[in-house]
Unconditional design. Sequence first.
Lengths: 114, 111
Amino acid sequence: DAMVIQNPRYQVTQFGKPVTLSCSQTLNHNVMYWYQQKSSQAPKLLFHYYDKDFNNEADTPDNFQSRRPNTSFCFLDIRSPGLGDAAMYLCATSSRGGVLNEQFFGPGTRLTVL
Amino acid sequence: GEDVEQSLFLSVREGDSSVINCTYTDSSSTYLYWYKQEPGAGLQLLTYIFSNMDMKQDQRLTVLLNKKDKHLSLRIADTQTGDSAIYFCAERGGNTGKLIFGQGTTLQVKP
C-alpha cells in the first residue's frame, strides 16, 4: 500500500545532541511537510518542500533544518535539541496538482529530550 | 490572520450523536477539513467541505458550514467506541494555501 513512513517511531536524545528524523513516501507526491505537535496543541507547520524548493515558516527556529535528497525521502535535523523541542513530529505529503490538496500523514516520531 | 479554534473535549455515550464544533477566521478559505487522530497514529482525513457548500453528508458523518459565522461542525451519528480519537478541524488558507489546524477535540465514547 502507498504510504508515508516515519522512522524511528520513538526517539530519545540528550539536551544539545543533534538528532535526525526520517520520512519516506511511496505516493510519489511532490510536496512534503514537517509539523511539530506538542501535547494538546495543533500541529504546527515547520517547513515544506515543493519538489526541491524549500519553504521555511517565518517562526521556525534556526535549530530546525531539513533535507530532501530525492522525491521519496525527507529528513528533519534538530541541531541542538532543547527540552522545549520534545514533541511529536509529523511528516505529511500532498500532490500540489490535486484540487483538494489532501495531506497524507505518517504515524509520527515522538521525540524525548533528556 | 489565520486561526482555528475548537473545544478540547467531548464525552458521549455509545449510540448517541456527537457534534464537534470549530470556528475559523480566514474568510478566503477554500476548503475545510476534518482529520481524525487515533492514539499513536498520524492524522487521517475524514471528510472535507468546499467553501461554497453548506452541508456534506458521508455515511455517519455530516459536515455543516456556516460561512457567515465562520463556523464548521462535524456530526457523527450512532457514535461507536471506535470513534474515540482526537478530531482536528483545518482550513486551507486562501492566501497561503497552507493547512491551519485547530488544537483538536478529544472525543470520548462511553459504552
